[in-house]
Ligand binder design. Structure first.
Ligand SMILES: O=C(O)CCC(=O)C(=O)O
Ligand SMILES: [Fe+2]
Length: 324
């Protein structure tokens, strides 16, 4: 077990054919098969692009509640999720369940108006909801997504290489990807309330998460068999982690590690996780290099979409029938 999060420097490269890529793939394999997390430095997302995305998120969250609620999350999982408002569950035992102290705007892959899936109303293929009262928001986020997505696709290639596959072996699963950019805001938390989380312990659903965090701190990671450790902000890096689908795809070679957020900075915390996932119909079955006679496949094949919808239906109140 690794008790700190390793840093992998890409040296500004996104070409899987150069020697630096092989080295990065090796380092990534070590990180993702032990702690399931890595810092990514030397990436290609421009600082100005990332700063503009954070500025846009701050501006959005500074809008009135009425404005934000006008974008309430839709059936296609795009839109605004408000700060949890339900009553605190009090209990004499230490473990009480309380809603996350965060609000967020979920943006997903943007589809052309003539997209077949969109026209057919297929799950997750619907319109994003943009804050029209902030004209700079959409261009800033669109630019950010294009740059972080390129990084994500390179990570997928490094992952393939690290597993002994051709660099491009997994690319086709991402031809019509499922992507999420979540513009998160965590208000400051009073220091005394121990059980209140900005984000309760969870694992991510999908393939890879590329998280940009501001300088507030508060992200914590629990390595297998270990205690919570901090994942402090390192300027101009991403926090990369493995989602459950990637763990499953690799027959648990890579680990999907629980993490949580507690914002004790005294100020507001903003973060921008980007989740790059395959197409809804991608069949996730044990990769050929992740199984042998000693390691039979542990999981049945499943489509990404089937798996995702089940997870979303369980976890998001807005997807549940009103009287459930
Ligand atoms: O805000 C963060 O730093 C982490 C967010 C996160 O883990 C998530 O959205 O899955
Ligand atoms: Fe997460």
């Amino acid at each position: 077990m690794l008790n700190s999060i390793p840093l992998v420097d890409l040296g500004g490269n996104l070409d899987p054919a150069v020697p630096a890529a092989r080295k990065a793939a090796l380092q990534l394999h070590e990180a993702l098969s032990t702690i399931g997390f890595a810092y990514i430095a030397g990436h290609t997302v421009r600082r100005a692009t990332r700063d503009a995305a954070f500025a846009a998120s701050r501006e959005f969250h500074a809008s009135t509640l009425e404005q934000k609620r006008s974008l309430a999350i839709n059936a296609f999982h795009r839109g605004y999720m408000g700060m949890a408002t339900s009553t605190i569950v009090t209990s004499s035992v230490a473990r009480v369940t309380r809603p996350n102290m965060s609000e967020s705007l979920m943006l997903m892959h943007e589809l052309p108006p003539d997209d077949a899936g969109l026209l057919a109303g297929l799950p997750m293929q619907g319109p994003n909801q943009w804050p029209g009262w902030l004209p700079g928001f959409k261009p800033a986020m669109t630019q950010y997504v294009s740059e972080v997505d390129a990084l994500g696709r390179y990570i997928v290639r490094l992952v393939a290489m690290s597993l002994g596959l051709e660099a491009t072996a997994l690319d086709h699963h991402f031809d019509h990807p499922t992507t999420f950019l979540r513009a998160l805001h965590y208000p400051p938390q009073p220091p005394v309330e121990d059980d209140q989380m900005g984000s309760a312990p969870h694992t991510d659903y999908g393939i890879v998460t590329l998280l940009a965090q501001d300088d507030s701190g508060g992200l914590q990671v629990r390595p297998r068999g270990g205690d919570w450790i901090e994942a402090p902000p390192i300027p101009d890096t991403y926090v990369l982690n493995v989602g459950d689908m990637l763990a499953r795809w690799t027959n648990d070679r890579f680990v999907s590690t629980p993490h949580r957020v507690i914002n004790r900075s005294g100020g507001d915390r903003y973060s921008l996780p980007y989740f790059l996932d395959p197409g809804m119909d991608a069949l996730i079955e044990c990769l050929p290099t992740c199984t042998d006679a000693q390691h039979p496949p542990r999981y049945e094949p499943v489509t990404y979409g089937e798996y995702l919808l089940e997870r979303l239906d369980k976890n998001y109140a807005y997807r549940k029938p009103a009287n459930a």
